[in-house]
Ligand binder design. Structure first.
Ligand code: SDX
Length: 378
């Protein structure tokens, strides 16, 4: 066995072999199954991209129709899950509600029939179909309202926006939201995907895999940063305050949310596309007071930290898009999860195909041979 030295954050350590996605962090390139993200954002839909990531190739029109049909017809959640969610405190974070609800699916569907393709397909469809319904249901129930039933005549993204507001969304808004889901669907061995693969490697059920990944995504160093970016823009409040705010952060060695990445040393290609989507929304629905502050932040951060390779990541502009779509700030990270369940499921399948349980080692730096001290002598 090869013995490796301890690497904080496992930087540079390969944890798996994967053919799902690829990042070139120097050139700012992201590919899903070899296809550039820019091309998918322009030409694909979220469900088609999900199919590509999970099943390995673009679907034929028949395959896509069937997949869309299956997902559409599994959108409803069991009334017991809905009733369980009703008991969640309305002050609880929607990511916690989502983690608990995703885990609860395992109470109903856990057979762990991991060698059966029908079980795998069923779990993939069920998770893709019900996670948006659970996010929307919690949003309405915490306001004291009944959840809105999914609409079979609406496609994936339009239906989610409809379930949040009970209004049929504008087609441009629905398309832009769908592109956001494409952009967030997968991203190599990020923390939540690693978490998903570790959980998968124990051969537990896919609902536990997704629940563990949701818990990991929620932290502010990962998916939770999108929520913090909006709070930061609100706190900055004006273009004039950008420089003093950032100088204060740098002096305190505080992390600037929405900037920096373990792999990208240039601007994240997803941030470029999200910035463009935000501009499309502003052109149709009116400008946003925080956008100019964000652009000035990007300029000053590049001036101060560009030499360290610190540029906007996926979480920097996404919140501006969601806010313009009328989505509450604390749903930004659950929306990231709606998209990323795709990547987690793709990695779950890949992990099962060549599974070995994750069991790394550690560098022990504690004591040895210490005598037990009786409690009255401590
Ligand atoms: C996501 O991994 C993925 O692929 C994740 C993701 C996905 O799609 O799954 O892309 C989604 O999680 C995006 C990242 C969202 N998080 C944030 O925006 C939080 C702010 N960013 C950072 O905390 C940080 O950049 C990370 C967590 C994203 C990366 O952390 P690393 O690789 O461990 O880097 P580090 O914290 O060790 O920083 C290295 C250097 C340090 O300076 P030095 O001590 O070497 O002088 O860069 C500096 C850091 O201080 N630095 C920052 C900074 N990010 C890094 N300084 C100020 N602000 C920042 N945001």
């Amino acid at each position: 066995m090869m013995v490796c030295e301890y690497q904080p954050g496992l930087e540079g350590i390969a944890a798996a072999q994967s053919s799902i996605s690829n990042v070139d962090g120097q050139k700012g390139i992201l590919e899903y199954r070899g296809i550039r993200i820019e091309e998918l954002a322009e030409k694909s839909t979220f469900l088609e991209t999900a199919y590509l990531l999970i099943w390995g190739q673009l679907p034929t029109s028949e395959e896509l129709k069937e997949f869309e049909h299956e997902v559409r017809h599994h959108r409803r959640i069991k009334y017991r899950i809905r009733d369980m969610m009703k008991c969640f405190p309305e002050s609880g974070h929607p990511m916690d509600a989502l983690q608990a609800s995703a885990a609860a699916l395992g109470l109903f569907y856990s057979r762990r029939d991991l060698h059966n393709p029908i079980y795998i397909r069923d779990a993939v469809v069920r998770l893709l179909a019900t996670i948006p319904t659970m996010v929307a249901a919690f949003q309405l129930m915490r306001k004291g309202n009944d959840p809105v039933r999914p609409r079979d005549d609406l496609d994936y993204s339009a239906n989610f926006l409809y379930m949040l507001s009970e209004k049929e969304p504008d087609p441009l808004a629905a398309r832009i939201f769908d592109v956001c889901l494409i952009l967030h669907a997968e991203h190599t061995m990020n923390a939540s995907t690693f978490s998903a693969r570790v959980t998968a490697s124990t051969l537990t059920d896919p609902y536990a895999v997704v629940a563990s990944a949701v818990g990991t995504l929620g932290g502010p160093l990962h998916g939770g940063a999108n929520e913090e970016v909006i709070q930061m823009l609100e706190e900055i409040g004006s273009i004039a305050n950008v420089r003093p705010y950032l100088e204060d952060c740098l002096q305190r060695k505080a992390k600037i949310m929405g900037f920096g990445h373990r792999v990208y040393k240039v601007k994240d290609p997803r941030a470029t596309i999200l910035q463009d989507l935000a501009q499309q929304l502003f052109a149709k629905f009116g400008s946003d007071k925080y956008y100019d502050i964000a652009v000035e932040m990007e300029r000053v951060v590049e001036e101060k930290l560009g030499h360290k390779g610190i540029y906007p990541n996926v979480d920097f502009y996404s919140g501006l898009v969601y806010a313009k779509l009328g989505i509450p700030t604390d749903l930004f990270t659950p929306i990231f999860a709606i998209a990323r369940v795709t990547g987690w499921l793709a990695h779950w399948k890949e992990q099962l195909a060549e599974n070995r349980i994750f069991r790394p080692t550690q560098v022990y730096n504690g004591l040895h041979e210490i005598a037990y001290t009786a409690i009255e002598e401590r």
